[in-house]
Design a protein. Structure first.
Length: 529
């Protein structure tokens, strides 16, 4: 293949099954038409999906193994401190020698790509980088024309208990996506028109699905709540707005080839409660033989699912179940506290801090525990307190394997208190020797069975049930890629790796990778057909 202008449209948090249902209803005509005229691939992100670093994988073209990073959260074994690190990799577009412009791609570090123009962290979901523009005047020019990001206050909105807040969040996300489309068109067509590769990522799908999944999932325990109908309407409105964004860019740039893609699918949230509070409490009880977390504060559905009816939001509700010495409070009057008062979690004002996460409240006890749960957005992350690795390690190297097996048994003894079924699907041990496990990696990764909102252990007792934080999460199956242009024969080409998108783009613009990437070009699969 030879070089041609290419536009990458990344749909962050896009769930293909939602789109397919809407396509059947005739509500996404542009995506439907594009699908029919494209080479179509399903994308498997594999275990890398659980790192939560999908957009760093896009921006760098590297897998967790190749980038040596398994989580956005980093643990310091000397101080037992944790923080969320920004992007650590160099963007794949940095050494291309081709003209590239980027708009709001998460984890795309412009400081490491001096030849790339554009804007990062304008309104991204989990941006992973500081707000940056090249040239520096570009952000001011964009905001003078289009304003600041319209949905800033609801990027991480907590809205499922209230129908009106679901509507407010959806309205803000739709407005944001409409502005994003107009801003991308202006940036690519007028302000920086001389490009070979243009990249835009829309994170509004991500925000909508995580906060309002219960609206589109009829099997979700919250689907019977009054907020479900406006949540469904809101998600579908975001998808319709995304359809219009794609049309706008395709109409404006008929000469370009298009790569429309999502790295993986979305679904019900299996991780927030288990990873952020249930697992930390379980390991605390395992270490000290007594509970820390209390419960019984909430009314429940007939099925036993706790409901939040106060204005405090999820963070404050969980915090009051902990001892006063472990509670977390935003500074009174801060921007974050004002957002929390209205939308629960709100945006994270300090992207390096995870102090708001309940798991972090247990940190003072970690040096005195044989193993503890690291803060996690996805599957459970367990760190063994190993002598010679952790500053106050308790477990001898000779006892490491036995300790891991003991914890694995502890986990497999847990049941879901609502269903009575096992709460654990699997526990994965790190394939690396314990002294080679870095700060972004755990000794044990816990994969939850379903979405337990509580745990029953035969010795340590019941933990929870607790109220949901986000109904939606990163549990969907495949992502997808539509390759549209004169060099692609339309049709279904089966399943590929999510890491194949970036090498394909490199080939489309006629530039070999300056460094090894983690995938291969999808043109190989298309040619094989």
């Amino acid at each position: 293949m030879t070089g041609q202008r290419v536009i990458m449209i990344g749909l962050d948090g896009f769930e293909l099954s939602v789109a397919e249902r809407m396509i059947e209803q005739g509500r996404l005509p542009v995506i439907d038409k594009l699908r029919q005229k494209s080479a179509r691939f399903l994308l498997d992100h594999g275990p890398a999906k659980r790192t939560g670093l999908a957009w760093e994988h896009v921006s760098s073209g590297l897998s967790p193994e190749d980038a040596r990073r398994w989580s956005a959260i980093d643990f310091d074994p000397q101080t037992y401190s944790v923080r969320q690190l920004p992007a650590t990799t160099t963007p794949f577009a940095a050494p291309l020698g081709r003209r590239c412009v980027v708009f709001d791609a998460p984890y795309f570090d412009l400081a490491k790509a001096p030849e790339v123009r554009g804007i990062t962290n304008w309104g991204a979901h989990d941006p992973g980088v500081d707000r940056t523009a090249r040239p520096p005047s570009l952000l001011g020019e964009l905001e003078e024309r289009f304003g600041t990001y319209p949905a800033q206050g609801v990027i991480y909105g907590f809205v499922w208990p209230w129908a009106d807040r679901c509507r407010e969040m959806a309205d803000a996300l739709v407005e944001a996506l409409e502005v994003r489309a107009a801003a991308a068109e202006w940036l690519f067509a007028e302000r920086v028109p001389d490009w070979d590769l243009a990249i835009v990522v829309a994170g509004e799908f991500h925000s909508a699905i995580e906060a309002m999944w219960h609206g589109v999932d009829e099997t979700h325990p919250l689907h019977g709540q009054p907020s479900a109908k406006p949540a469904r309407d809101g998600i579908e409105a975001v998808y319709e707005s995304g359809d219009r964004m794609i049309k706008r860019l395709m109409d404006r740039f008929p000469d370009a080839e298009f790569v429309l893609f999502a790295m993986h699918g979305m679904g019900p949230n299996h991780a927030d409660l288990p990873g952020m509070i249930l697992l930390p409490e379980l390991l605390y009880r395992h270490a000290f033989g007594k509970p820390c977390l209390r419960g019984g504060f909430w009314s429940t559905t007939p099925e036993g699912v706790p409901l939040i009816t106060s204005e405090r939001g999820w963070n404050a509700e969980i915090s009051r179940a902990l001892p006063r010495s472990m509670r977390y409070a935003e500074p009174p009057g801060s921007l974050a506290s004002r957002i929390i008062n209205r939308f629960g979690l709100g945006s994270r004002p300090d992207s390096t801090s995870v102090d708001w996460m309940p798991a972090t409240r247990y940190r003072r006890h970690w040096p005195d525990m044989p193993a503890f749960a690291l803060p996690s957005y996805y599957d459970g992350q367990i760190r063994v307190n190993l002598k010679g690795r952790e500053a106050r390690g308790m477990i001898e190297r000779a006892d490491y394997d036995a300790t891991c097996e003991n914890i694995i048994k502890l986990l497999h003894d847990c049941r879901n208190p609502l269903s009575g079924e096992p709460a654990i699907a699997a526990v994965e041990r790190s394939p690396r020797a314990p002294d080679r496990i870095g700060g972004s990696e755990a000794d044990l990764v816990v994969i939850w069975e379903g979405a337990p909102i509580g745990l029953d252990h035969p010795v340590l007792g019941r933990i929870g049930p607790l109220p949901y934080r986000r109904p939606g999460g990163h549990t969907g199956k495949t992502g997808f890629a539509y390759m549209h242009g004169p060099r692609w024969v339309p049709g279904d080409y089966g399943e590929a790796s999510s890491f194949d998108v970036v090498p394909t783009v490199m080939e489309l613009i006629g530039t070999p990778a300056a460094a090894p990437l983690s995938g291969r070009s999808l043109s190989i699969m298309a040619a094989a057909e």
